[in-house]
Design a protein around this ligand. Structure first.
Ligand SMILES: Cc1ncc(COP(=O)(O)O)c(C=O)c1O
Length: 432
């Protein structure tokens, strides 16, 4: 367990959180290498080693730094990127090109060129005109690249609307109407510039129920069967996305990977036997589930505003700029005053950020020990979609990130300075 309490203080992966706050300043992201490695191990044991011809591509949008690329490579996973910036980060970390898969609903020509130049493993084509763009680039460069089609299976998963992606009314993926999907498949099969590997779907994120994965799988298996019958072409691969939920609060009934993957693999095996084909190579794209619970954020408490009979606002030195999720999709978190971890939770408070937005609330109604200016507040499970969604709103600098392991800490992202923030700004002659 990465979290424990000693001498009234919260420890995370053997490190005193108050010492971390003192050493690196706050607000601060703290990522447990051990917790990340443990998740990769679970994926290897319950999926990669259990089933032959499988891959796990870490969805780097959840948390990506150069160091994270190194951990993912060492743990034997592939990497899913969704932008030139993510791809560039992977390239800069010398991540093996053939293990990179490129998603995204509006890849630019420059991004596609970077992917082709670097000879990445797969491009997951997400729009009808994208294949033609790729063909042109490959023709010019004399290359051939592996592609999959991301399709929208038309299932609605049980999560916040902003993180549901598999329904038909979605900006992601190619719809499965016959007149849309089959010409696209034909183009890919006949293309001299791509190897058509198969289909990809991703139904949503933070899911605790396997129903939408299974429904989507049925729909896409039918598409694979139809493709075989229509074109005598067996797609060798299938990417079933990510979306496996984590625990933020007691409301989250987190399930192991096997809960999602075993029944899917069973269906896929049966399908392959029925069609008398070699079992498809199966790829998953977990993001949040690898890093979410591996991260905590440390803040220093400042102003406390007690509106008698209404609410006690406890302000911290970060907020929606380092964690947009509560403001964006009413995400819920738990936290504790790290230097009062053993004290009775006497006060019902609302933890708010320092940004000029009333919606800048990190946790609404949480019971904590009596808060005072200077206390350190720790919020749990902030490892996914925090650092990567951070902003400079109100010109608040981006946080530092430290990696902790067995009582040791190392900086992996330096704190942004005010000078960094204005580095790209210029005053034109007309204003001087
Ligand atoms: C295509 C795709 N794959 C994988 C993921 C990762 O999802 P999660 O972090 O929920 O595992 C996402 C997230 O939105 C996605 O859009």
């Amino acid at each position: 367990m990465e979290r424990e309490i000693k001498n009234n203080t919260l420890y995370f992966e053997g490190c005193s959180t108050t010492e971390l706050a003192k050493k690196y300043g706050t607000p601060l992201y703290v990522m447990s290498e051990t917790a990340i490695v443990e998740k990769c191990r679970e994926i290897r044991e319950t999926f990669l080693n259990k089933y032959e011809r499988t891959r796990a591509a870490y969805a780097s949008k959840a948390f990506l730094t150069l160091s994270m690329c190194k951990i993912i490579e060492r743990e034997g996973l592939c990497m899913d990127v969704v932008s030139g910036g993510e791809l560039y980060t992977a390239i800069k970390a010398d991540f093996p090109a053939e293990k990179i898969e490129f998603n995204g609903n509006n890849k630019s020509i420059e991004e596609l060129e970077l992917a082709v130049d670097y000879n990445i493993g797969r491009i997951i084509v997400d729009g009808l005109d994208e294949l033609s763009l790729i063909e042109e680039i490959c023709k010019e460069k004399g290359k051939k690249i592996n592609i999959l089609y991301r399709v929208t299976p038309g299932v609605k998963s049980d999560s916040h609307d902003y993180i549901v992606t598999g329904k038909k009314d979605s900006k992601f993926g190619i719809p499965l109407d016959d007149e849309v999907i089959f010409p696209a498949i034909e183009q890919a099969i006949n293309s001299a510039y791509v190897n058509f590997m198969g289909f990809h779907f991703h139904v949503g994120s933070q899911l605790h129920n396997n129903e939408s994965h299974l429904k989507a799988l049925d729909i896409v298996l039918k598409l694979i069967k139809d493709t075989k019958e229509k074109y005598n072409y067996t797609t060798p691969e299938l990417n079933i996305g990510g979306g496996f939920g984590i625990r933020y609060t007691d409301d989250d009934n987190k399930k192991p990977y096997a809960y999602f993957l075993d029944p899917m693999m069973e269906k896929i095996e049966a399908f392959s036997n029925e069609l008398n084909i070699t079992r498809l190579e199966i790829v998953i794209e977990p993001g949040r589930s690898i890093v979410g619970e591996a991260g905590i954020t440390l803040y220093t408490i400042g102003t406390i505003k007690d509106i008698k009979g209404i609410r006690k606002y406890v302000s911290v030195d970060g907020g929606m700029t380092d964690n947009i999720r509560p403001a964006l999709y009413q995400a819920k978190y738990e936290g504790v005053i790290a230097n009062k971890a053993e004290e009775a939770k006497t006060d019902m408070v609302t933890i708010c950020g320092k940004c000029c937005e009333s919606g800048d609330i990190l946790i609404r109604d949480v019971k904590v020990a009596s808060p005072e200016r200077g206390d350190i507040f720790a919020i749990f499970s902030t490892g996914a979609y925090g650092y990567v969604m951070a902003s400079n709103y109100n010109k608040n600098p981006l946080l530092a990130t430290v990696l902790v392991k067995e009582g040791k800490s190392e900086i992996i992202v330096k704190r942004q300075t005010y000078d960094h923030m204005i580095a790209n700004e210029v005053i034109p002659e007309s204003l001087k």
